[in-house]
Ligand binder design. Structure first.
Ligand code: G4P
Length: 526
């Protein structure tokens, strides 16, 4: 069993696509699945409102807006490999979920719109990858449409991320005239052919440089010149530099036409790291062939009105997961039965009987599990907590109907456990009017919706003027509470957070109390 874990881990790649909304993440997901032949025709799996189906859009408000907030994982095989594509929510108003998902992956694909270059949400997500030491591949998407120049895009990637781009392919034909790519390692031309609406795998033809020159003329000559320029500048792939977060291999493609998708899958297999030993809380590695262990990176309830249950998504870190086995919940020491284990991608659910390191399993009715919790068999292990990100939006929440206070409390507790929002309390405000804290205001909408529809406790939300939070201690809390425009509240995890209405308030406190304890939280937007 133990070598099975090692062998299975070696053929797995667990990654997420990070991008700004509309860069083409859903389209790329479809295209990847199409290549792996999960579906026969693009458009069937991950469509948005108005497309064939909305597999990954589960909540009413998501449907109404045509966006996707939930995330789970899509697993498919590609040749001998098993690919786990962990879905990141794609709304412009980011929530913490998106960042937490990145705790579950071994690499990320940064998807860049060729016409727009590096956009803010892509950068935010990139920062989280850097913070976590996750290697990043870059795909320049939508090359079939007019856009920036390829070299200009490389400058943007370098300037905004600090990573040296090392293109593996280089486009032949400017943006809007996508003929194919140079495989920079073999020098061959890979010519793409369009299919109707990009609905099937685009046929490719490999050509020698001489054939390419004949067939593509100036476009080929120009691409070769640029590619040679990259060589001269040393922009060539170096595996160690990639794994150490110094460089990012780049591919060019068009998700909608399925161009460059095979190259991405092959690159993931060749260069992206497979699941490896994961350090525990003390920094000791949990080896792949040790008994089963996993950690919860996402908890979600009410995913589907047909299944009003609660799922905890775990990433397997070591050993073999076998459905039905009893595992230990590290934080309570209690046994947890894994009778119901599922793979979830949007509305599609299937039972998971066995899973290996790198896989994502949805545990059903896991009401005791919280984000960051560890599970194990035999050798105890606790994985490091998933950082909660610095909230920037705050609102007081109250039950509209005071007669429904019980439902209100239960709902707030549940949302807190799932990490939908952070919940801050103080004696002054009391339990009836806690403060909700969020990284993105969208989290408030989700909370409001769920309080009403799931917990039958409609709420009012009153936004507060605070924009900054810092950690402090009980002694300083007393001092800070006397300052105007500052309030100290206690978060569910026991952390005391001082909230400030703007940076000038914070600066004034720092000036008046040079010794004050005010520790920054992990900022999502640094
Ligand atoms: P997202 O999940 O990152 O938000 O993006 P999504 O895949 O939904 O793509 C956003 C829009 O960009 C879609 O157009 C999609 O068709 C288009 N798109 C994605 N990849 C490519 C590409 O490689 N080339 C071109 N030309 N377009 C691309 P839409 O008009 O919003 O939707 P649709 O009606 O076309 O599906």
């Amino acid at each position: 069993m133990t070598t099975a874990a090692r062998d299975e881990a070696a053929r797995r790649r667990t990654f997420a696509v990070i991008s700004h909304p509309d860069a083409g993440k859903s389209t790329l997901t479809e295209a990847l699945a199409l290549h792996a032949r999960v579906i026969n025709e693009a458009g069937a799996i991950h469509g948005k409102a108005g497309r064939k189906s909305t597999v990954s859009d589960w909540m009413d408000i998501e449907k109404a807006r045509g966006i996707s907030i939930s995330s789970a994982a899509l697993q498919f095989t590609y040749g001998d490999a098993v690919i786990n594509l962990v879905d990141t929510p794609g709304h412009a108003d980011f929530s913490e979920d998106t960042y937490r998902v990145l705790a579950a992956v071994d690499s990320a694909v940064m998807l860049v719109d060729a016409a727009k270059g590096m956009e803010p949400q892509t950068l935010k997500l990139f920062q989280v990858c850097r913070h976590r030491g996750i290697p990043v591949l870059t795909v320049i998407n939508k090359w079939d449409r007019p856009g920036l120049e390829a070299l200009q895009l490389m400058d943007e990637v370098r300037d905004k991320t600090g990573l040296e781009p090392t293109p593996l392919t280089w486009p032949v034909g400017i943006a809007g005239d996508f003929r194919g790519v140079i495989d920079r390692r073999t020098g061959e031309f890979v010519k793409f052919t369009r299919t109707a609406g990009g609905a099937t795998i685009a046929p490719e033809r490999a050509m020698s440089p001489a054939e390419a020159a004949e067939s593509e003329g100036d476009a080929w000559t120009f691409a070769v010149e640029e590619s040679e320029l990259l060589d001269a500048m040393g922009q060539v792939h170096d595996q160690d530099a990639f794994l150490n977060g110094k460089t990012t291999p780049v591919l060019f493609g068009s998700a909608v036409l399925n161009f460059g998708v095979r190259q991405l899958l092959d690159t993931l297999l060749e260069l992206a790291p497979p699941p490896g030993a994961r350090p525990d809380e003390k920094g000791e590695p949990r080896e792949l062939d040790q008994p089963f262990s996993a950690f919860v990176f996402k908890v979600q309830a009410g995913m589907d009105s047909a299944h009003r249950d609660r799922l905890a998504f775990v990433r397997v870190c070591s050993g073999v997961f076998e459905r039905g086995s009893v595992v230990t919940h590290a934080s309570t020491g209690k046994p947890f039965a894994t009778k119901y284990a599922q793979q979830v991608f949007g509305r599609e659910r299937s039972t998971v009987d066995v899973a290996y390191p790198g896989d994502v399993v949805g545990l059903v009715n896991a009401s005791s599990l919280r984000v960051g919790d560890s599970l194990y068999v035999d050798d105890p292990v606790t994985f490091p907590p998933i950082p909660s990100f610095a909230p920037e939006h705050f609102a007081v929440v109250r039950a509209k109907d005071s007669g429904r206070y019980k439902q209100f409390r239960r709902g707030i507790e549940q949302l807190e456990q799932e990490g939908v929002v952070q919940v801050l309390r103080s004696d002054l405000r009391g339990d009836q009017a806690p403060v909700l804290a969020a990284v993105g205001p969208m989290q408030f909408e989700v909370a409001t919706h769920r309080m009403e529809h799931e917990f039958t406790a409609p709420v009012t939300m009153d936004r507060l003027e605070y924009t900054l939070a810092r950690k402090t201690d009980r002694i300083w809390a007393k001092v800070l509470d006397r300052e105007s425009g500052v309030e100290v509240l206690e978060r569910g995890d026991g952390e005391l957070l001082a909230l400030f209405a703007g940076s000038w308030r914070l600066n004034r406190v720092l000036r008046d109390h040079p010794d004050v304890l005010l520790e920054p939280l992990v900022a999502a937007s640094e």
